[in-house]
Design a protein around this ligand. Structure first.
Ligand SMILES: Cc1cc2nc3c(=O)[nH]c(=O)nc-3n(C[C@H](O)[C@H](O)[C@H](O)COP(=O)(O)O)c2cc1C
Length: 275
């Protein structure tokens, strides 16, 4: 891929209003190739299903101007939410690199129609879908209102998300060293209703990811939207750490760090200088 993930992350936004012109065959082929190259550190396998809305009667009340959607399904398994977050976000960023807009959708869709279109089996889950297409020149009034409603252009300040050794010590940007850029890219990640539920503790050479759980994001049948958010954040960290010349080793190590209420450990990356 020609573009840097850092630039893609800085330039990406959710796209809900498309130009109505569809996607050419070559671009579609590229998107299908991207979908084949979306691994995740859990080694979890998932299927990216390319769908026509017209053909399957699919609807999302927030999307206009495209017939094309991608739904992602996988076997229900431990850590499926985080794994899906990581893999699907890589697809979102790769799509962005060829000018294709996307919008993570976990709620505002006719879920039954999507599940039936992809023949979802009993032991499978399909937490999220995304439209794909070229962004319209102007956002619809609905899209503008939605962005305003969740403050989509804002993110929490650095010291609210990142910590130094324990949860009582906010990490200062000027003390983050070589982790500064990857952490800034975590900060910009998209999340369900823009809640940014990831919290990160840097302990020596290891970066621990946690979920700050909110109410009503976890559903037995669909998954935990906020664990998906943490998977997205981990994707941003891993891709951009590697891009800045760091190596990463993924581990689930349950660190002995006291957690605030409603904060749950997810996974860690040990980083080392790869150059
Ligand atoms: C897991 C997840 C689920 C989401 N579900 C929806 C949804 O159902 N409908 C919607 O319009 N946007 C949805 N979003 C998009 C967020 O609202 C959006 O990412 C956030 O407001 C930040 O805006 P940005 O993506 O433009 O940076 C979802 C995002 C994530 C990561």
């Amino acid at each position: 891929m020609d573009m840097k993930y850092t630039d893609l992350i800085c330039g990406r936004r959710s796209v809900r209003t498309f130009d109505g012109k569809g996607i050419g065959d070559d671009v579609m082929k590229q998107l299908e190739a991207f979908a084949q190259d979306c691994g995740n550190p859990y080694g979890a396998v998932m299927e990216f299903c390319f769908l026509s809305a017209k053909e399957h009667g699919l609807k999302s009340p927030v999307i206009s101007g495209t017939d094309n959607f991608v739904a992602v399904k996988m076997k229900r398994q431990p850590h499926f939410d985080e794994a899906l977050g990581y893999s699907m976000e890589k697809f979102v960023l790769d799509a962005c690199s060829i000018g294709i807009g996307t919008n993570w959708i976990g709620g505002t869709m006719d879920r039954k129609a999507f599940e039936s279109a992809i023949d979802l089996a009993e032991d499978e889950v399909m937490p999220c879908v995304t439209p794909i297409g070229h962004a319209a020149k102007r956002m619809s009034i609905k899209e503008v209102a939605m962005r305003k409603g969740v403050g989509a252009d804002r993110r929490k300040v650095f010291g609210e998300l990142f910590f130094d050794g324990d949860f009582n010590t906010p990490l200062k940007e000027d003390e983050a060293g070589e982790l500064l850029l990857p952490l800034q890219m975590v900060r910009l990640a998209p999340s369900a209703v823009n809640k940014q539920p990831w919290r990160v503790v840097v302990e020596g050479d290891t970066v621990h990811f946690y979920e700050k759980r909110g109410k009503n994001f976890d559903s037995k049948s669909v998954g935990d939207m906020q664990k998906i958010d943490v998977g997205i954040a981990m994707c941003h960290f891993d891709l951009t750490a590697k891009e800045t010349g760091l190596g990463t080793v993924f581990e689930i190590s349950y660190p002995q760090i006291e957690t605030p209420e409603n904060v749950e450990y997810i996974a860690s990356f040990r980083v080392f200088s790869a150059e």
